[in-house]
Write a protein that binds this ligand. Structure first.
Ligand SMILES: [Fe+2]
Ligand SMILES: [Fe+2]
Length: 380
């Protein structure tokens, strides 16, 4: 394959993957998606002029086009990963693929879009696995498993949150719609049979500014709140508040966030400002629920008000702040830091139980621990 042709194919996959990322960020009907699809369509039509059919194999991390491996790029890797995740290892493009068919492909590449029950073959686009006995061939085809695991959900939402927050830290406004979608996804997952809380249980490494931590705290707090019978707009606001509780950390110098060891006194002083920074940021952001401002401000206060920021003696913390604090401590202790190991569930359980009534709200702590115990007993 000529270098030119290879570059055009790479560009085609880049456009598809970018369109899928945009479909995740907005939706499949968003103008940006249509624009990218149009460009991809022009490219593929120019490539397909010379071929009436092309077979694309996905082997390991590679795209093989008519027996030629395409150079690996971030986009080709993402393309392969996404389709393999859907059980697809082979695509056949015929004639002049149209816009609707490309959108069908993008739907399969997108992380957050609900895929169809199984990839639908059409005139110019057919899917299959390398093992032809499992190839999808129209009606009655082998059904490709679409089941995502619980941790896929958390990974997906973590990436989504990272996108939203990183954009916001670069002076763009926070996408409240995107945050609402994350909460809706978590609530849907909690409604389904598979318990997404199981995904919280493995011990984890601290990632840079921990979006994993924020999504874990959100999922735990939502599950806890639902258990207490909270529902409707309040439940959604609680989810957004938990998701954003640490947003003030985005405004800390990166050296402090990424410091491998324990922070020194001066750094601690700055870290202790993140609740106020977060609340200040959220209060000026359109569409953010008031509860998120309150929770960002209060989540390190503790039940006995011994935490930070310092407030007057009879300060009344919101229920959501109490719940977020409990989930926050639970998740933080389960995470390995450079200066300490992650703690196992029973140790964390005992520590939380010891803190109940002092640093943590006693009744809320007890209902949270009940929930954790139930999840722990259903662990495989
Ligand atoms: Fe915090
Ligand atoms: Fe936190």
């Amino acid at each position: 394959m000529s270098q030119n042709r290879s570059a055009t194919w790479q560009n085609f996959f880049r456009l598809l993957v970018t369109a899928a990322a945009n479909a995740d960020l907005y939706n499949l009907q968003h103008p940006q998606v249509s624009h990218l699809v149009e460009k991809a369509l022009k490219l593929i039509q120019s490539l397909m002029d010379a071929d009436t059919r092309i077979d694309i194999m996905l082997i390991d991390q590679n795209i093989i086009l008519d027996k030629n491996p395409l150079p690996e790029t971030l986009h080709t890797i993402r393309f392969v990963d996404a389709l393999k995740h859907r059980g697809i290892e082979h695509l056949s493009l015929r004639g002049e693929i149209n816009q609707a068919e490309l959108l069908q492909l993008i739907l399969l590449l997108a992380k957050r879009q609900q895929p169809p029950q199984s990839p639908q073959n059409s005139t110019n686009l057919r899917f299959g696995s390398i093992d032809m006995s499992r190839t999808v061939q129209g009606e009655g085809a082998t059904r490709i498993s679409q089941t995502s695991t619980e941790s896929d959900l958390l990974h997906c939402e973590r990436d989504r949150l990272a996108e939203i927050c990183t954009g916001a830290s670069k002076n763009r406004s926070l996408s409240v719609t995107g945050l609402k979608e994350i909460v809706i996804h978590f609530l849907q997952a909690l409604d389904q049979e598979l318990d997404p809380l199981l995904a919280i249980f493995p011990l984890h490494q601290q990632d840079q500014y921990s979006f994993t931590h924020s999504t874990n705290v959100c999922l735990l707090t939502l599950a806890h709140a639902r258990r207490l019978g909270l529902k409707g707009p309040l439940l959604h606001d609680i989810g957004i508040a938990a998701l954003l509780h640490d947003i003030g950390k985005l405004f800390l110098p990166v050296d402090i966030i990424n410091k491998p060891g324990k922070p020194n006194d001066e750094e601690w002083q700055m870290i202790r400002l993140h609740p106020v920074r977060g609340a200040e940021y959220l209060i000026g952001t359109t569409g953010v629920p008031q509860l998120a401002v309150v929770t960002a401000y209060e989540h390190h206060m503790k039940y006995d008000l011994t935490g930070y920021p310092t407030v007057r003696k009879n300060w009344q913390q919101h229920l959501c702040s109490h719940m977020t604090t409990i989930a926050d401590i639970f998740d933080a202790l389960r995470t390995k830091r450079s200066y300490r190991e992650a703690m196992d569930a029973s140790k964390v359980r005992n520590m939380l139980s010891d803190l109940a009534g002092q640093e943590l709200h006693p009744e809320l702590c007890s209902s949270f621990l009940q929930m954790i115990d139930e999840v722990a007993t259903s662990l495989p």
